[in-house]
Design a binder for this molecule. Structure first.
Ligand SMILES: [Zn+2]
Ligand SMILES: [Zn+2]
Length: 162
């Protein structure tokens, strides 16, 4: 089965006319992240949402969004995979007179805001030495002691000499 490209709530089919649980996968192509070098969706966008019709004619939608990405670390250039998500998606929509509600755009905006501009393989990634290119996560390089070539060199200075 093809992964749907849009997330649409059928307002005529709310349980008891009031609530609905929406859970599934959305085609990652809808995120239009193709031009990002450092972050590529590795699979569909997963959503798990509860919708509730409020007395005023608004639909309250709450839940979580998750997207697995293949990333390139901004500091060391290493490849890694990570899940990014929104734990507290919460939006209300005016739905009076509507038969369906399209949540696609709202969900897309929300998950895109949750993606990092500069993905890191780990929070304290030391990056590579800008002079010799060694991955400083593997240990200090030969030239690492003297210079200011890496903004993370200061971290090395905190480590006692072996
Ligand atoms: Zn890294
Ligand atoms: Zn070096």
């Amino acid at each position: 089965m093809e992964t749907p490209a849009r997330l649409i709530v059928d307002l005529g089919r709310l349980d008891g006319g009031r609530t609905s649980h929406e859970e599934g996968l959305l085609d990652q192509a809808l995120l239009e992240l193709d031009d990002l070098e450092q972050l590529r969706p590795a699979g569909p966008l997963a959503y798990c949402l509860d919708a509730e019709l409020l007395p005023g004619g608004e639909l309250l939608v709450r839940g979580t969004l998750t997207l697995r990405c293949d990333c390139v670390c901004s500091r060391c250039g290493g490849d890694f995979a990570a899940d990014f998500g929104v734990d507290d998606y919460c939006e209300t929509f005016e739905v009076q007179g509507l038969e369906t509600l399209d949540l696609t755009d709202s969900v897309r905006e929300s998950i895109i805001l949750a993606l990092p501009s500069y993905p890191l393989c780990k929070e304290d990634c030391k990056g590579v030495c800008l002079r010799c290119g060694q991955d400083l996560n593997a240990g200090p390089c030969a030239c690492g002691r003297e210079g200011r070539e890496s903004p993370w060199a200061a971290l090395d200075a905190l480590t006692p000499e072996a």
